[in-house]
Design a protein around this ligand. Sequence first.
Ligand SMILES: NC(=O)c1ccc[n+]([C@@H]2O[C@H](COP(=O)([O-])OP(=O)(O)OC[C@H]3O[C@@H](n4cnc5c(N)ncnc54)[C@H](O)[C@@H]3O)[C@@H](O)[C@H]2O)c1
Length: 245
Amino acid sequence: MALQNKGIIITGGASGIGAATARMAMERGAQVVIADMNDALGGELAAELGKDRCRFVRTDVTSTESVETLFREAAAFCTVDGVFNNAGIGHQAMTVDYTDAEWMQVIDINLNGVFRVAREAMRHMGKRGGSIVNCASILGHVGQTQTAAYTAAKGGVLNLTRTLALEGAPDGIRVNSLSPGYIATPLLDQLEQEVLDFLTSLHPVGRLGRAEEVAGAALFLLSDEASFITGTDLLVDGGFTAGKS
Ligand SMILES: NC(=O)c1ccc[n+]([C@@H]2O[C@H](COP(=O)([O-])OP(=O)(O)OC[C@H]3O[C@@H](n4cnc5c(N)ncnc54)[C@H](O)[C@@H]3O)[C@@H](O)[C@H]2O)c1
């Protein structure tokens, strides 16, 4: 799947799924802008991938100003053909123990952040068209204890995606989401081994996913091979949501 001469912004591109997507996009010929709050990891990865086709722009998706700066700097470097709206955090707590601040932070990054980035992407793409992929989760499809804000945000991403797809369609802007199962990335670092073993057992394929397996799906949706696909969600979950075996 070629991405030759396509410019792609990847939020949360410094780590995990985002970093794997940046590497794979570069291998397939794209120009990549890594947008992340983590200066150290983002700068390091951009330097490794090469200055001629990759840039790091420090970005905080909770700030409209920061997102506007990202798109300005990206547009000076490449055309913005694709955006992987992937930055996200997790938080584990029973609802009765959640503070307002914890709830707001997860919603502000995982849902409001996706909105801010998609809005700016659609403004920049205009009538030129493009492809936006929002990172949802299996936890947008099913509930799970101790993840109230995360599940609410990811469920919101699924339906936000449908509305954005309807609004973008006349201008050739495709908007889709993808829903990973549990993927072995630093996001899971906070979980104990016992919990990881249990989560692994929920995937019929008997293992957690790899970041590269999500990256491939994201790049498919960003590529012209997905030219008739908009407003949908792609589950990349090793059968997690298929049912019980
Ligand atoms: N790992 C999983 O099991 C899993 C499962 C389903 C969905 N997801 C989703 O995949 C996406 C990527 O997660 P990951 O597993 O690669 O995690 P990760 O922690 O490895 O990467 C997330 C990246 O987002 C960045 N980030 C956090 N807050 C930000 C902000 N305000 N502005 C800009 N960047 C910010 C972090 O610095 C980090 O580089 C997230 O949206 C996550 O919810 C992950």
